[in-house]
Design a protein around this ligand. Structure first.
Ligand code: ADP
Length: 794
């Protein structure tokens, strides 16, 4: 958990740091020039906005000054203007001309103002914050006054106004309020508590305006001003210049600012701008979130997603700007770029560190094996290596490892090519990543193919393939089988492959395999030799059996004494000859029997039989031998119906009983029992068997037997079997103590025959034994049909 948390912190860190830096610089106003540039561009991209018909400018333009004289104009001109405007009431007239100095025309202008009744005059603040008011006479004629203080940003553009200063409304707001009184009582006003962001409508040349000179000359009908707010101000070149996003060079004039404020109030479209604290919070949160997002973004898409995010933000800003919302653009784009860069850098550093760690581990694990590298780096070259920088030394290490890897790889590939055995390596999901030419031609497979599609169903059934694969994956067991295909014999084996963690981390710990190695051998010749040998043995045995049987007949006749009495010595010699001939006949019979079973010449005659009957029959057969050896025979069974060849099963049981009796001292007990085992019990049996038989293929095959199954045990208290012989005695001619076994009439083939018969039934046989304490032979068979619960303790 703590590891995950620390990882999350690492992911958040690049974005967090960039966000912090960007926010601090935002606070210090470093991004302002860029934001101002974007602000102007946004207006240009958006284009002209709506202009209210109610706002009209009377401009004291160059033409007016030409006709009426230099600025300032005599105040009677304005009185004259007011009289003309009064003809088309109602209208509000707002002057953007400050008359703070008294003049002899003041009374005339004041009288005109009073006649008009809706005149708004400006007031300003000088540099030290002292209000510059219109003369008291003029003030008395005006309905109200409004301040005309503006704040220009460093690029000369006015972006916002203070709605109130020293309790005085801005001129535009004051004029609109006066207008609302007479013409629009329901007009809504913006909040006066925070700065109002001007929404410039377009180039001022498109704003409805009339030249003062023309109005005075009567060229403009007074109706043009009816029911309107008339803003009067200087627009002549060089006087009262003011830049707007649309008019920068040449600039517009201050009067248009007030006209635009009035327009914004009437249209309710001042710009909505998020407060500084919201922007700050947004920047601080966006950085870490973005850097977290980038972690989950595939590397190759990071650059694209950065460009995508920037575009989305730019388009969103434009769309919102059109809807009257201004969002900062420059600082978010810088944040996006910075975070993407920092995340990629941190990723790169982490990757570098990981690579170095892995390289160090690889170096630790393999540098001893780098024969070529070691040989090359003699004292002199070692010196050179030690002088090279650390970065270089890593590169040298990597190159050396790659070089060695390349050599081993090509050597291994050459060896694999030269083999007559097929070799194929695949991932656990079956993707083939190596195969030598032999495997490729036998299995018709190539690198990149799916192994299952080459093996199933031609070589293995789907079920067999899945079972083998499952065994390999879960327990790393190897498995092999012999198959007859296209008139040839093949042996296919699966081996686990470890190629990841094993070498680097837990060399000594068992771990699940990473892949598999399939080894396929053509064993046709071997099979042929075995077949020939078996055939030879069986022919020889056949040839021997008839004469030996007839010899035995003659010896038997001699024994009866019908051919005359023998001396004691002759009798003794005859007994030895009879014993040896009997043993030879048993051996020949066993060899022939074994060969017939192995070669599949003996078909099982399976039928439903009660195991209890077979066990009783076998014990009765061996009872005489047990009595002779003074060994107790005890049988425990119940009625269990099983599908088997009864004669063959009895052959197995008598052989096991005969061995048990043979190798038990007097007055000990041999127990023969049969029971049903259920799936839940098999694991216990398997783990018990694993103490005596370590063959993984055998152990795993135990669990593959269908359940419920029949379990027969033959237990004795004899001398036991040494641990290293527990598996071997099931082979041909295998005896623990050969001379003793022979003396006891053994041929060394009994258990081999037992195993062949049991496996022919689809079962398994094994032995558990402790020297000096006794042995228990286990025989597990499938094919249980039904059981009657009637305990027959015999
Ligand atoms: P044999 O004809 O020699 O008995 P088997 O194949 O039946 O041949 O047995 C092989 C060998 O296994 C025996 O020779 C003996 O050494 C050993 N063996 C078999 N069963 C037992 C047992 N119950 N106790 C001890 N040793 C046994």
């Amino acid at each position: 958990m703590s590891w995950r948390l620390s990882k999350v912190w690492w992911w958040l860190l690049p974005g967090g740091l960039v966000a912090l830096v960007v926010t601090v610089l935002f606070e210090l106003g470093v991004w302002q020039p860029l934001e101002q540039l974007v602000y102007t561009s946004l207006f240009r991209l958006r284009g002209s906005g709506p202009w209210s018909e109610q706002v009209v400018v009377v401009a004291i333009d160059d033409e007016s000054l030409e006709k009426l004289g230099q600025f300032p104009l005599p105040r009677q001109r304005y009185a004259q203007l007011l009289d003309i405007l009064s003809e088309a009431q109602p209208n509000v007239v707002a002057f953007d001309i400050l008359w703070s100095e008294p003049s002899q025309d003041d009374s005339q202008l004041a009288a005109a103002m009073e006649r008009h009744g809706l005149v708004v005059l400006p007031r300003a603040l000088n540099d030290v914050g002292v209000a510059l008011l219109p003369t008291s006479e003029l003030q008395s004629g005006a309905i109200t006054t409004g301040h005309i203080s503006t704040h220009q940003d460093i690029d000369g553009i006015v972006r916002r106004i203070e709605p109130q200063l020293q309790g005085e409304l801005a001129l535009g707001l004051a004029a609109t309020q006066a207008y609302a009184l007479v013409a629009a009582p329901t007009l809504e006003f913006p909040s006066l508590n925070r700065p109002l962001w001007i929404n410039w409508a377009g180039v001022v040349q498109h704003t409805p305006h009339y030249s003062l000179a023309r109005v005075l000359e009567g060229e403009v009908s007074p109706e043009a001003f009816q029911n309107r707010i008339v803003v009067v101000g200087v627009t002549a070149t060089g006087l009262d210049s003011l830049s707007t996003p649309f008019n920068r060079n040449p600039p517009a004039s201050g009067v248009y600012l007030h006209a635009t404020v009035i327009n914004n109030v009437l249209q309710h479209n001042f710009l909505h701008v998020p407060s500084q604290s919201w922007i700050r919070l947004g920047l601080l949160l966006a950085g870490p979130s973005l850097s977290l997002l980038l972690v989950f973004c595939p590397k190759e898409l990071r650059l694209i997603s950065w460009i995508g995010c920037c575009l989305i933000w730019a388009i969103l800003s434009l769309v919102l700007f059109r809807a009257g919302h201004w969002l900062p653009v420059a600082s978010p784009l810088i944040l996006l770029s910075g975070t993407t860069g920092a995340a990629m850098l941190s990723n790169r550093l982490q990757e570098d560190a990981l690579l170095r760690r892995q390289l160090d581990q690889l170096w630790q694990a393999y540098h001893q094996d780098l024969v070529v590298y070691q040989a090359k780096h003699t004292d002199l070259s070692k010196k050179v290596l030690s002088q090279s920088s650390r970065v270089n030394s890593h590169t040298v290490q990597l190159a050396a490892l790659a070089d060695q890897f390349g050599r081993s790889q090509s050597a291994q590939a050459a060896i694999a090519r030269s083999l007559s055995t097929g070799l194929l390596a695949a991932d656990l999901d079956g993707l083939v990543w190596f195969c030598n030419p032999v495997a490729a031609s036998w299995l018709s497979v190539k690198v990149g193919d799916r192994l299952a599609s080459c093996l199933v169903p031609h070589w293995l059934s789907e079920a067999e393939w899945q079972a083998n694969l499952h065994r390999l994956k879960t327990s790393g067991f190897t498995s092999s089988c012999e198959l007859h295909r296209n008139e040839r014999w093949f042996e296919i084996g699966l081996e686990p492959l470890l190629y990841h963690s094993q070498t680097l981390e837990a060399k000594n710990q068992p771990c699940a395999p990473d892949g598999l190695l399939l080894v396929i051998k053509d064993i046709t010749e071997r099979q042929e030799i075995v077949r020939l040998k078996d055939e030879f043995v069986s022919i020889v045995s056949h040839e021997l059996r008839t004469p030996i049987t007839s010899i035995r007949g003659s010896l038997g006749l001699l024994l009866t004494g019908k051919l005359g009495n023998l001396t004691d010595k002759g009798q003794h010699m005859l007994n030895i000859a009879v014993n040896n001939t009997d043993r030879l006949i048993r051996l020949i019979n066993d060899i022939l029997d074994f060969e017939r079973i192995e070669s599949g010449k003996v078909a099982l005659l399976k039928k439903s039989c009660d195991v209890a009957d077979l066990i009783v029959l076998a014990s009765e057969t061996m009872q005489a031998m047990a009595d002779k050896a003074e060994v107790n025979l005890k049988v425990t069974t119940k009625s269990i119906y099983c599908c088997a060849d009864p004669d063959r099963l009895i052959q197995v049981l008598t052989n096991l009983l005969s061995n048990a009796i043979k190798f038990s001292p007097q007055n000990t007990t041999v127990c023969l029992s049969a029971e049903i085992i259920n799936p839940s019990e098999i694991e216990g049996i398997r783990s018990e068997a694993s103490r005596f038989n370590s063959n993984p293929a055998f152990l795993s095959s135990l669990t593959c037997i269908p359940h419920p199954a029949l379990l027969i045990t033959v237990q004795d208290q004899g001398r036991g079997i040494p641990a290293d012989k527990l598996e071997a005695i099931f082979g041909r001619f295998q005896q623990v103590d050969t001379s003793d076994a022979r003396q006891k009439g053994g041929t060394g083939l009994g258990l081999a025959i037992c195993r062949a018969i049991v496996e022919q039934h689809g079962g398994k046989i094994w032995v558990e034994s402790t020297l000096g304490e006794g042995s228990t032979f286990y025989l597990i068979l499938p094919g249980i049909e039904e059981l009657e619960i009637c305990h027959n303790g015999i």
